[in-house]
Design a protein around this ligand. Structure first.
Ligand SMILES: C[S@@+](CC[C@H](N)C(=O)[O-])C[C@H]1O[C@@H](n2cnc3c(N)ncnc32)[C@H](O)[C@@H]1O
Ligand SMILES: [Zn+2]
Length: 192
């Protein structure tokens, strides 16, 4: 079967289950090359193993870069209390997996290695997603466009959804109150 493999020079996909293609959600993503049975470990999330100090440093540099360019991509994955994995390396195709509020994959850690596994049977051609599990520290900077009926509008771990929904509702109330108190000037011309 011919596919639109979207690997860049120097990159490779180390999994027999999936390949890199353009995504309708964001940039590039990973897609099932064949049917993947539930529970299959699909691909390892590899990268630089860094301590928390270095992780913070890279995280803040990433935020500064995002503010300049609008590219808010985050590749740092929590490994344990002492170390993280910075997956921003070309050999790590798993870094291209997009987030969904209704994912077909999940991440798990086994013996200090991070894996992405199938949460259910996945059909050939489906895009792979897991929930990034972000907390609410900078939720406004991570709008979600997963398009699923369960989408909560922002990229956040499911345990944060109740609080996230409250914050979104409060923000909507504030916006409506402001709009009511501060109506837009009309464009009507004054007659001479
Ligand atoms: C690790 S990258 C994923 C790969 C990315 N598609 C690419 O081509 O580099 C994570 C970034 O992709 C984007 N992204 C992933 N899932 C998304 C979603 N559901 N809605 C909107 N943007 C998403 C966000 O900018 C996020 O910070
Ligand atoms: Zn979503």
């Amino acid at each position: 079967m011919k596919t639109d493999n979207a690997l860049l020079p120097g990159e490779r996909c180390r999994s027999k289950w999936c390949e890199v293609r353009r995504s309708g959600i964001h940039g590039r993503g990973l897609f099932a090359k064949k049917r993947i049975p539930q529970g299959t470990p699909i691909i390892e999330y590899i990268g630089d193993r860094i301590d928390k100090e270095e992780s913070n440093r890279r995280g803040w540099a990433r935020i500064a870069y995002a503010k300049e360019t609008g590219d808010a991509a985050v590749y740092i994955f929590t490994l344990n209390d002492h170390h993280d994995i910075d997956g921003n390396v070309p050999q790590n195709s798993a870094r291209l997996i997009n987030h969904s509020c209704d994912p077909n994959c999940e991440s798990y850690i086994e013996e200090d290695r991070i894996w992405i596994a199938a949460l259910r049977d996945i059909e050939e051609g489906e895009e792979l997603f897991y929930n990034y599990g972000f907390d609410l520290e900078s939720w406004r900077e991570h709008p979600c466009r997963c398009g699923s009926p369960r989408c909560v509008g922002y990229i956040a771990g499911e345990e944060y959804w109740p609080e996230l929904k409250k914050r979104i509702a409060r923000r909507e109330v504030r916006a409506k109150t402001k709009a009511a108190a501060d109506p837009k000037p009309t464009n009507r011309r004054r007659s001479a």
